[in-house]
Design a protein around this ligand. Structure first.
Ligand code: PRP
Ligand code: URA
Length: 207
């Protein structure tokens, strides 16, 4: 269920993000832009319905999204960096937050926050996190949302490691996963290689 979005604009912008000299401001702005470009592909098969409208010229039938009222779910912190881009495309969306951090010793995800709208069983959710490394955080977030009743979930990440893809596909074969790149591997600290470093630190300048 994984799709690697190879659009040249996305690949070009991702290269800029990877460079270590890219500033926090540029990193944050480009992540927002890539999120907007990626969601174009992620929503390619979203259902449309016909409505009747009036233009300045005449009445006519025209198409609108059935599911405009989606829920964007950033995995804190770094997922916040993709949320603003999605909100520009889906201004009526709600934002549900999941707080998870990766314990540096065990590498296991630790949940510290979760706040969702009450009707998550009726709405499409797009979970966003730039990094899919061991897959622990994303897999835990998807499990949590399913436990809360979510029925339709899409996972959108920027950079993945093969291990992270394998774990999410194993734990959640029903979930479509979109990434801009599947990189080579994880290093000994479970950072993605070549990757782009610590996404949260680069977005928020916490070096
Ligand atoms: C990063 C990243 C993912 C997670 C990926 O968050 O944003 O959530 O690591 O790693 P995994 O696939 O091995 O779980 P981190 O835990 O560093 O927290 P932060 O966003 O608060 O910095
Ligand atoms: N989290 C990050 O921010 N970067 C990585 O490479 C792996 C996990």
């Amino acid at each position: 269920m994984i799709t690697e979005i190879k659009h040249p604009l996305i690949q070009h912008k991702l290269t800029v993000m990877r460079k270590k000299e890219t500033s926090t401001k540029d990193f944050r702005e480009i992540l927002e832009e890539i999120a907007m470009l990626m969601v174009y592909e992620v929503t390619r098969d979203f259902e449309l319905k016909e409505v009747e409208i009036e233009t300045p010229i005449t009445r006519c039938k025209s198409k609108v999204l059935v599911d405009e009222n989606i829920i964007i779910v950033p995995i804190l912190r770094a997922g916040l960096g993709m949320t603003s881009g999605l909100l520009k495309m889906f201004p009526k969306a709600s934002v549900g937050h999941i707080g998870l951090y990766r314990d540096p010793k065990t590498l296991q995800p630790v949940e510290y926050y979760c706040k969702m709208p009450s009707d998550i069983d009726k709405r499409t959710m797009i979970v966003v996190d730039p990094m899919l490394a061991t897959g622990g955080s994303s897999s835990a977030a998807l499990t949590l949302l399913k436990q809360k009743g979510a029925k339709k979930i899409i996972l959108m990440c920027l950079v993945a490691a093969p291990k992270g893809v394998e774990v999410v596909e194993r734990d959640h074969p029903d979930i479509p996963v979109y990434v801009a790149s599947v990189d080579e591997k994880l290093n000994d600290h479970a950072y993605i290689v070549p990757g782009l470093g610590d996404a949260g630190d680069r977005i928020f300048g916490t070096f």
